[in-house]
Design a protein around this ligand. Sequence first.
Ligand code: NAD
Ligand code: DAU
Length: 339
Amino acid sequence: MTQVLVTGGAGFIGSNFVRWALNARPDWHITTLDKLTYAGRLENLAAVMDSPRHRFVHGDIADAAVATPLVCESNLVVHFAAETHVDRSIQSAADFITTDVIGTFVLLEAARQAPRLRRFVQISTDEVYGSVPEGASRETDELRPRNPYSASKAGADRLAYSYWATYDVPVIITRASNNYGPNQFPEKVIPLFVTNAIDGVPLPLYGDGLNVRDWLHVEDHCRAIDLVIEEGTNGEVYNIGGGNEIANVDLTHRILELAGRPLSLIRPVADRPGHDRRYALDTTKLRQLGWAPEVPFEDGLAATVDWYRQNESWWRPIKEQDQAYRAYHQAQYGNRPGT
Ligand code: NAD
Ligand code: DAU
């Protein structure tokens, strides 16, 4: 039996990972530790709540009294928990420092004492490299984060590395590109635009729409994490990129096409401050371990649009009834000038 602690397992990628891993790894017993912030939703784990191999703990990774015993009983820690939305970090960075930096520090301190720990996977992000005008980031490239979210993640990324170099904590760091798929909170561009398109309301496209992201299906991400747990080397960083670079305006066109809505729904709005122009990852190192993305972007995007169509009961209450979401949305888009 392998005892696994998944932090942030009620969020988008974490819940996909918990579901995927309970299915793919019959010897894993998973504890999910999640604070259930606005982004953490127990319904994301509904399918596994009754599993005898899954336990949910409601708590904060920055609370050592809760986190330390859970880390100390584990063979694997997969650390997803974070504040994750760039626009929210621009509105206010405080929670990003508390959770992404201090929360990670608390888990790493616990990991120093964990007697059976085999891996501590620090889920980092391609945003730590900063904007990449050309070429593709390699794991050895300098980190140049440019917004409060990516700076908090870069801090956690290097803190985790330092605990390997200094204390021999079995840390592996992954840096993934933009994920998409089911259960993504409707603040990130794909779920926001898909649900807006379903409702026939405007899609607020930042700036000139030519910023480029590289899209990775969340299941391809889960398989990559599993592979680095099995085959990776402690102290190493692994890029995980989908190889699907697309400008935001082209992505928006595809979403509208899949939703059967007109391009006139696109509403160009003022740009995100410090908006990184492009991210791109060199994934040679991970591919040498035997990984390649399996979900073609066209299929994954169509399936994602279908998921939001078929799961209105998941996102409509958030968008229509959740006062905190509506306040965030108003602050972000309410008075945003057009371009
Ligand atoms: P998410 O915002 O959907 O979920 C985050 C989860 O963490 C939520 O369940 C939330 O309740 C939980 N959480 C937040 N603060 C916590 C705390 N203090 N203690 C315990 N739980 C807490 O995020 P996501 O998009 O699934 O991202 C997961 C991880 O992957 C993050 O570390 C993120 O930086 C990284 N990442 C995300 C992407 C992406 O495209 N979404 C890409 C690369 C890396
Ligand atoms: O690259 C990995 C990162 O991807 C993760 O580390 C982050 O957690 C995740 O949030 C994501 O960050 P981005 O800022 O790239 O994702 P977001 O979905 O917010 O934006 C994607 C692009 O779409 C970006 O260029 C900004 C643009 N955008 C976004 C929103 C929300 C718009 O044009 N309009 C919008 O309303």
